[in-house]
Design a protein around this ligand. Structure first.
Ligand SMILES: C[S@@+](CC[C@H](N)C(=O)[O-])C[C@H]1O[C@@H](n2cnc3c(N)ncnc32)[C@H](O)[C@@H]1O
Length: 202
């Protein structure tokens, strides 16, 4: 089940358009009356106020408070939880994942994950691509920084949306959605850690 305050027409599962904090506060995740039980909650609060870009410009997106507010509500719910955000966010990075750990072609997207079970994994040395080998899945312009750098160097343009989708391991999103997304390979990895944690606590 997915929740977002914006419509997500390409989301492949059951979707609720709602404020995520209200959804938690009002126990709208509690589907017991429908015969279904939510076992864990993953949250990806907006990262703009925690990103390196924000730190460089000092400009606020106005959403930085959501990370702390989300953590407080998840603690109150009491189910196992995961919070994802960007490197440098004010969180405990139990897991640090990036594209090279999953052989995602050209992806440089490090993400941090804080977990209710205080997980831990050794961080393998990073072998992410650099320079023109990066597939730029950030931003909302068809002509991002790698496009411009390749053009300035007289190289052919990058492979567009198909290349971005391959890098992210997602074939159902448009460019704007890809810019916000977490690669499913990361989520699958975190999901496996979650299942281990839940089983060992049982
Ligand atoms: C990092 S993206 C989430 C990416 C998504 N989990 C994925 O893997 O594709 C952050 C999302 O938070 C949504 N958002 C921002 N504030 C919100 C709020 N108060 N309630 C629900 N969603 C919110 C934004 O619309 C945006 O889609």
């Amino acid at each position: 089940v997915g929740v977002d305050k914006e419509p997500q027409p390409h989301y492949p599962f059951r979707f609720f358009r709602a404020d995520a904090l209200k959804f938690l506060l009002e126990r709208r995740w509690d589907f017991e009356h429908l015969g279904r039980r939510v076992a864990a909650i993953h949250a990806s609060p907006p990262c703009q106020d925690h990103s390196r870009l924000k730190n460089a410009t000092g400009r606020s997106h106005g959403t930085g408070h959501l990370l702390v507010a989300t953590r407080e509500l998840l603690e109150a719910v009491g189910l196992p939880w995961v919070i994802e955000n960007v490197p440098g966010a004010d969180m405990r990075p139990d897991y640090k994942l990036c594209g090279c750990q999953f052989n995602l072609p050209g992806l440089t997207r490090e993400r941090w994950f804080e977990t209710s079970w205080h997980g831990f994994a050794m961080q393998p040395p990073c072998s992410c691509p650099t320079g023109f080998d990066i597939v730029d899945c950030t931003g909302h312009s068809p002509q991002g920084r790698i496009y411009k750098a390749r053009r300035a160097a007289g190289l052919p343009p990058p492979g567009g949306i198909a290349e971005k989708r391959a890098a992210m391991g997602i074939d159902w999103m448009n460019r704007n959605e890809l810019a916000q997304a977490i690669p499913p390979a990361y989520t699958e990895y975190i999901g496996a850690q979650l299942l281990d944690a839940v089983r060992s606590a049982a």
